[in-house]
Ligand binder design. Sequence first.
Ligand code: PGA
Length: 262
Amino acid sequence: MRVVILEDSQQVSLRAAEIICRTVNERPATVLGLATGGTPLGTYRELVARFTRGEVSFAKTTTFNLDEYVGLKRSHLQSYHTFMHTHLFGLADFSVERCHLPSGDCDDLAAECERYEQAIDEAGGIDLQLLGIGADGHIAFNEPGSSLASRTRIKALAARTRQDNARYFGSVDEVPPMAITMGVGTILDAEHVLLLATGGNKAAAVRAFVEGPLTSQVPASALQMHPHVTVLLDPPAAEWLVRKDYYQHVEAIQVKLESPAS
Ligand code: PGA
């Protein structure tokens, strides 16, 4: 796991956008896994800025989002379909038919879960998966206790997650109780995982998934089993890491090795 502690949350967004753009520029038909929430917003703003400056094109890129609320229409203001259209897809040259989100608004949710897994497979799998992390250690909507081998399925949201997401709805009661989400196993299949965490409310979850034991009680800890994970943190999110100095030392060496002059 490459743990990178950056100067502030803006640098986290810039670095994430740089990694995504490098991937897309090297391979325009990249399959990106995308996330919603407050954390990736700065990254999406930077992707749009780079597209607007002509530095990147997403015309050939395929995307799969992590999750969607069950029971919300696509057009609902708080659906993840609306979020992605508002903050990214509608502001750059993404081709709508290649931008996938699971549908939380259908009669047969079990069939939808299977269809989503198949669609990822048929696209050749996810090359680069962008992730946030919940304060309880969840990734996507894989709440504590999720099987670390899970695939796309319906999950009940934990009380804390509903509370955290209440800021987007009028009240906690309006946050849907269930979501359709990629599983931990689905996420682990991505070739490269890029996890972003910013703010002091993520410090405990970051400490738990980076340095704690591998456990379904902290679903993000499953990333310890993945061969290619990059974790971008701002100082408040990194605050509780015991081996912070070591990660910074390793990163300084890594940057030297990667610099063209080396
Ligand atoms: P946030 O959510 O980016 O809004 O903090 C992250 C998550 O719950 O995965």
